[in-house]
Ligand binder design. Structure first.
Ligand SMILES: NC(=O)c1ccc[n+]([C@@H]2O[C@H](COP(=O)([O-])OP(=O)(O)OC[C@H]3O[C@@H](n4cnc5c(N)ncnc54)[C@H](OP(=O)(O)O)[C@@H]3O)[C@@H](O)[C@H]2O)c1
Length: 194
């Protein structure tokens, strides 16, 4: 059974936790919560586990209208997504990871007032993925999945179903030729917003 390291997924009913629950049926999974991530044991735990794949779903839900946006909130939002990505990159000399997938979001394609910080973080995530993919080319692939709002399967026709997000992730884990790019999962919604 392949080993999957999941970073994030601490929020009950959050997308990260849905994905973690699904992944447990298919992989041997080690989940890293926020406190695990910032603990002294993070590096040793990850090295002991020796993951084949890494899934990063960590985030900070920072939603404020543009005039009220503040540095601390934006900083926290960037750290929650980008630190795990770079920290995994820094450990790759001691790991043999085939594929890293990070959850970004369709809001990387447009800016909505309240989701301004999220748009910035998503864009930065996708740039970081391209950078890391180049840096580790031939050793570890880096890709992202960018969903629009996700809901429990079939519950809301306006939302993207979790299974569609999950299948895109597993596709990126196993497809050996896809590197430094991502899959937008939004039923074409972004085309109308741009
Ligand atoms: N849900 C959707 O509809 C949707 C749509 C598109 C994209 N996304 C993206 O999908 C990802 C997962 O969504 P979600 O709903 O699970 O997000 P979420 O509810 O905001 O949960 C994110 C979790 O990550 C944790 N976290 C923050 N920094 C961390 C770190 N350094 N290491 C480990 N965990 C950390 C947070 O802990 P604290 O709460 O303690 O800070 C929280 O438990 C997010 O990036 C989100 O932006 C979600």
């Amino acid at each position: 059974m392949k080993r999957l390291l999941c970073i994030g997924g601490g929020n009950v009913n959050g997308l990260g936790q849905y994905l973690f629950n699904k992944a447990e049926h298919q992989y041997q999974v080690l989940r890293i919560s926020k406190s695990d991530f910032f603990s002294d044991c993070f590096e040793s735990e990850v090295i002991r586990f020796q993951p084949d794949y890494v899934l990063i779903t960590s985030a900070s839900s920072y939603k404020v209208d543009l005039p009220n946006i503040d540095y601390q909130g934006v900083d926290k939002a960037f750290q929650s997504r980008l630190l795990p990505l770079y920290k995994i990159g820094a450990l790759l000399d001691r790991l043999s990871v085939d594929s890293v997938v990070v959850i970004s979001g369709a809001a990387s394609n447009f800016i909505i007032n309240t989701y301004c910080a999220l748009s910035l973080v998503n864009t930065a995530t996708e740039v970081a993925v391209r950078y890391l993919a180049q840096e580790f080319m031939g050793r570890t692939r880096f890709n992202y999945v960018s969903p629009w709002r996700v809901g429990a399967n079939g519950a809301d026709p306006e939302k993207i179903c979790v299974d569609d997000v999950y299948s895109a992730i597993t596709f990126l884990f196993t497809n050996q030729s896809i590197n430094g790019t991502g899959i937008l999962i939004d039923r074409g919604f972004s085309m109308n917003v741009k």
